[in-house]
Design a protein around this ligand. Structure first.
Ligand code: NAP
Length: 250
C-alpha cells in the first residue's frame, strides 16, 4: 500500500451496494478492505490484490469484529473511512414478525454497527482522525408497511447516529448517516411490491461516494423519494395512516 493511499473498509461488500461501492473506491485510487461472511464472493470482487484486501467477517460475532479491528491497528493501517453496509431483510408485516426474525435483523443491522463503532472509535480518537459511515435507510424515517422487522433496525441506526454525532465532533472524527431509497440488489429482489425511483447499485454507490467526499452528516437519495419521506415523517398520525393504508398492499 502506497504511503499516502487512503484506506476504506467496506463491511457488507460481498454483493449489492457494498460491492459497487468497493469497486468505485478502488477505481478512485483508494485501497479497499472488503468484509462480509461470503469469502468466495469477496475474492471474486477483489481479484486485483494491489487494490483490495479480503477480510472475512461475521458482524454478529463481537470476537471477530474486535480481532479484525485489532489487526488493522497492529498493522498500522486503521481505515481512513469505514462504511457499515451489512444488512438483513425479512420483507413483510405481521406475517413475518417473529422474535427470531427481529432478533436476527437487529443483530446484523444494528448491533453489528454498534460492535464496529465501539471497537473503532477509541482507536480513531487516539489517532486523531477517521470517518465512519453507517448505511441506514429512508425506511427508518417512519414505520412503513411491509417493514416490521427491518424498519425498526434502520430507525435505531438513525437515532444512534444522531445521538453519537456530538461525541464524534468533540474529538474531531467524522460520522455520516446514509439513507438510500430503493436500490436493485439481492436484498430488494425479494420485494413483491412496486419500488418507486428504483436505482442501480452503481447509481447508489456514486451518490454515497460523492456525499461522503463532502463529509455530509446525512447522505440521502434519490432526492425526490427522500423529500417525500421527509414530509411524510412530519405528518400528524390522522393524515399519516390514511396515506400508509393506500401504500399497503393488503
Ligand atoms: N437495496 C435497497 O433498496 C436498500 C435501501 C436502503 C438501505 N439499504 C441498505 O444497504 C445495505 C446493503 O444492502 P444491499 O441492498 O446491497 O443488500 P445485499 O446485496 O443483500 O447486501 C447485504 C450485505 O450484508 C452482508 N451481511 C449480511 N449479514 C452479514 C453478517 N452477519 N456479517 C457480515 N456481513 C453481512 C452480506 O454479505 P454476506 O451474506 O456475504 O455476509 C452482503 O454483503 C444494507 O444495510 C441495506 O439495509 C438497502
Amino acid at each position: 500500500m502506497a504511503e499516502h493511499q487512503k484506506l476504506v473498509w467496506i463491511i457488507g461488500a460481498s454483493s449489492g451496494i457494498g460491492a459497487s461501492l468497493a469497486q468505485l473506491y478502488a477505481r478512485s485510487g483508494w485501497r479497499v478492505a472488503v468484509s462480509a461472511r461470503n469469502e468466495q464472493k469477496l475474492k471474486e470482487l477483489a481479484q486485483d490484490a494491489t487494490q483490495f484486501d479480503v477480510v472475512p467477517l461475521d458482524v454478529t460475532d463481537s470476537g471477530q469484529v474486535a480481532a479484525v479491528i485489532q489487526q488493522f491497528h497492529d498493522g498500522g493501517k486503521l481505515p481512513d473511512l469505514t462504511v457499515y453496509c451489512s444488512g438483513l431483510y425479512y420483507p413483510g408485516g405481521i406475517d413475518v414478525l417473529t422474535e427470531e426474525h427481529s432478533v436476527a435483523s437487529m443483530d446484523t443491522n444494528y448491533f453489528g454497527a454498534v460492535r464496529v463503532i465501539e471497537k473503532l472509535f477509541p482507536l480513531l480518537k487516539e489517532r486523531g482522525n477517521g470517518h465512519i459511515a453507517i448505511i441506514s435507510s429512508l425506511s427508518g424515517y417512519c414505520g412503513l408497511p411491509e417493514a416490521a422487522c427491518y424498519g425498526p433496525t434502520k430507525a435505531a441506526l438513525i437515532n444512534l447516529c444522531e445521538s453519537l454525532k456530538p461525541d464524534f465532533d468533540r474529538v474531531g472524527l467524522e460520522l455520516s448517516l446514509v439513507n438510500p431509497g430503493f436500490v436493485k440488489t439481492p436484498m430488494t429482489d425479494k420485494n413483491t411490491f412496486a419500488m418507486p425511483f428504483l436505482l442501480t447499485p452503481e447509481q447508489a454507490a456514486k451518490d454515497i461516494y460523492e456525499g461522503l467526499q463532502r463529509n455530509s452528516f446525512e447522505v440521502y437519495f434519490p432526492f425526490r423519494l427522500g423529500a417525500i419521506m421527509k414530509v411524510l415523517r412530519m405528518l400528524p398520525y390522522a393524515l399519516y395512516f390514511p396515506v400508509m393504508r393506500r401504500m399497503s398492499k393488503r
